[in-house]
Design a protein around this ligand. Structure first.
Ligand code: NHR
Ligand code: GAR
Length: 224
């Protein structure tokens, strides 16, 4: 069996810049992530992440929601395309379309998302501005299991930063993205190494059910 056949096959869904996609590609290239990206699928034609995938020779597809009658038909088309690549894991990386219950249950146990907040705080959109408006003293990034309810699935890992008075949405976004680029490849590697098992609404890590998010970087030091 070819070496690539033994690696975790992933399909990455994007809608924009693709810096998380790039971080995952880089981790693979640096030999830090035993996975292979079988395809990058974008909900937007102009997503720069598509260029990143093309440059790396990764197959790309675009499914624009405006080309479909409704969410149901969009999700079904998206599911058909994803299943063509037979991935062991589907990674949402800045994917901007809410996904239906049928889609989520079809990928139960193998659907992850990166969210730019310390969930359960600030689910949904515009998290940085909302954190500033709320006077949050800290903010961060979460990798969570995707469930039917938006941004409500079990959180696997979180990384946090202090929010200073002169922080803007731009400075927060830049700092949070740096954290995302570390924790997402790490979680995907644990999934590839079968250290993470996802059930309906719980996560088992190294044989122990998670009772709350792992903390980055302390978990990295603890599990070197
Ligand atoms: N789908 C389900 N069922 N559960 C989750 O946890 C999901 C999901 C789909 C996407 C990413 C999420 C984020 O990280 C995500 C998590 C888009 C929206 C949204 O409101 C909300 C959350 C997220 C992604 N999208 C609008 C919609 O009508 C469109 C917004 C736009 O196009 O700019 O789908 O924040
Ligand atoms: C990331 O910061 C991610 O947390 C956020 O979009 C960015 C995507 O950046 N996700 C959402 O806001 C989803 N609603 P990228 O395209 O450079 O990876």
């Amino acid at each position: 069996m070819a070496a690539s056949d033994q690696k975790l096959a992933i399909v990455i869904l994007i809608s924009g810049n693709g810096s998380n996609l790039q971080a995952i590609m880089d981790a693979i290239d640096h030999g830090e992530l035993p996975a292979t990206i079988r395809a990058v699928i974008s909900s937007r034609q102009n997503a720069y992440g598509l260029q990143r995938a093309v440059t790396a020779g990764i197959p790309t597809e675009v499914l624009k929601h405006e080309d479909y009658l409704d969410r149901k038909t969009y999700d079904h088309a998206l599911q058909t395309r994803i299943d063509h690549y037979q991935p062991g894991l589907i990674v949402l990386a800045g994917f901007m379309r809410m996904l239906s219950a049928n889609f989520v249950s079809h990928y139960a146990g193998r659907l992850l998302n990166v969210h730019p907040s310390l969930l359960p705080a600030f689910t949904g959109l515009n998290t940085h501005q909302r954190a500033i408006d709320a006077g949050a003293k800290e903010h961060g990034a979460s990798i969570h299991v995707v469930t039917e309810e938006l941004d409500a699935g079990p959180v696997i890992i979180q990384a946090r930063i202090p929010v200073s008075g002169d922080d803007s949405t731009e400075t927060l976004a830049a700092k949070i993205k740096q954290l995302e680029h570390r924790i997402y490849p790490l979680v995907i590697r644990w999934f590839a190494e079968r250290r993470i098992h996802i059930q309906e609404d719980s996560v088992v890590f190294d044989g122990k059910p998670l009772t709350g998010p792992l903390d980055y970087p302390s978990i990295k030091k603890a599990t070197r």
